[in-house]
Design a protein around this ligand. Structure first.
Ligand code: ZN
Length: 439
């Protein structure tokens, strides 16, 4: 790693550490506190959507907040306490204050026998219940007797909170990066994506890309659905995007392609190969993170999911062992570098139309043969003009032309700019045709 990459890795890990203790859920003050901390680093627009609002087939749920939760034994000793770990209470537990026998308590306890020292992560968003999560070792040590269970929570009309960071580009075509912000103290599943997205947005905020780049910090599923429902009329501006999750562990990259196929899928594969990163490319499937929402058939955006070891394929997944030691600064830094390259390339993809398609236009008359630079650059620049004119039929994007010609995207992008200035090319409003290989 270069010194800069090491610094980036440390900064990413430090941000995860800063956010780790917050008790997040799909709604409530944990998400607000998280977004408030991110606002110190990036310009973040925070949206509050009232409980009860219909979003496609869903309804924004009541807001959940928990102030305290503990389990005390007959002597009043708190043997499980939310103050010790945010995973100790089942997320979205309804309030309870009860005395129970161990037998009555057991159905409300969750542990993992195969990993007796880890606390599981459990949620019950849409079904009213309550419960505690604890290590199996701790659970087995419980003696018969009376226990006091206290969960001081509220489930009441409130809001769902999400954040949006928009980097204005030269055009209104958009690229999106989406991360979920609803998991409590889980490092890889949640915080790794949040930290990479945040520091990447902070970098891009200093630039003026061609595309507008929109970063979404949303609670998983309901948050992504809410954002889509509230932005439905603007979705056709989106040329591509990435869902980032589980990007801090030591494993190689896994990229799950979008359902419809698109430039983003080809670019991620190019970048991972060019950087020599060990990786696997998987086809789309309807189970996973929020790419499920972005790729649902009525939405159908070219949005893929970048991970390292996929969800459910590491034993630490959804347990207290997905902690700050499980994620590595160098993995986080390499993920940020991959995402930076992917967005930089995706930003250069555009589809143009040749305005003089009847025979070759006369380039010399327009001064287009007077290239700047050395003989080699001149030849490359001239070839780029010819390739752009030849394939800019409204169907082939600069990415297609790059693959056909072997010319780099940035050279084609510059050629397109010169041809546009000479009134020979015009941008098409619609994105490039679907990748036929993906149909
Ligand atoms: Zn998860």
């Amino acid at each position: 790693m270069t010194e800069t990459a090491a610094d980036t890795g440390q900064a990413l890990h430090a941000l995860c550490r800063q956010l780790y203790p917050i008790a997040r859920s799909i709604t409530g003050d944990g998400v607000r506190a998280t977004l408030a901390q991110l606002s110190e680093l990036i310009p973040l627009q925070i949206h509050e959507v009232p409980s009860g609002e219909a979003v496609f087939d869903w309804v924004v749920p009541p807001e959940w907040n928990v102030r305290a939760a503990w389990l005390a034994d007959a002597e009043g000793r708190r043997i499980v306490d939310l103050a010790q770990h945010t995973l100790h209470v089942v997320n979205y537990s309804e309030p309870v204050r009860a005395r129970l026998t161990l037998e009555q308590l057991q159905p409300h306890l969750h542990s993992i026998p195969e990993h007796p020292d880890w606390i599981p992560y459990r949620t019950s968003y849409y079904q009213r219940t309550w419960g505690f999560c604890l290590s199996h070792r701790q659970r087995q040590a419980l003696r018969p007797g009376t226990y006091e269970a206290v969960i001081d929570s509220t489930l009441a009309p409130g809001h769902l909170t999400y954040g949006e960071c928009c980097i204005e580009g030269a055009s209104d075509r958009e690229l999106i990066v989406s991360v979920h912000v609803c998991h409590p103290s889980l490092a890889n599943d949640n915080l790794s994506g949040i930290s990479v997205a945040t520091l990447l947005a902070r970098e891009l905020a200093q630039t003026r890309p061609n595309h507008t780049i929109r970063f979404l910090f949303v609670p998983s599923t309901i948050g992504a659905i809410t954002w889509l429902a509230r932005n439905r009329e603007r979705l056709d501006r989106i040329d591509g995007g990435l869902v980032l999750s589980g990007v801090g562990d030591a494993g190689g990259f896994t990229y799950k392609r979008s359902r419809r196929g698109g430039a983003i899928d080809r670019i991620v594969a190019q970048v991972l190969a060019a950087r020599g990163e060990p990786h696997t490319i998987e086809p789309f499937g309807p189970y996973g993170y929020d790419e499920r929402q972005f790729c649902s058939p009525g939405i159908d955006l070219p949005v893929g999911c970048l991970m390292r070891t996929p969800y459910g394929c590491y034993p630490q997944y959804h347990t207290s062992a997905d902690d700050l030691d499980f994620i590595r600064p160098e993995s986080l830094a390499a993920t940020l570098a991959v995402c930076r390259d992917v967005l930089a390339r995706a930003d250069l993809v555009a589809t143009w139309r040749n305005l003089q398609p009847f025979g070759e236009p006369q380039l010399g008359r327009r001064g287009l043969y007077d290239s700047i630079g050395g003989e080699n650059d001149k030849k490359t620049a001239q070839m780029a003009l010819l390739w752009m004119l030849s394939y800019s039929d409204g169907e082939h994007s600069t990415l297609d032309i790059s693959e056909l010609s072997g010319l780099p995207l940035d050279v084609l992008h510059r050629a397109a700019g010169r041809l546009r200035d000479a009134d020979l090319l015009a941008p098409t409003d619609r994105p490039a045709a679907r990748d036929p290989a993906q149909r």
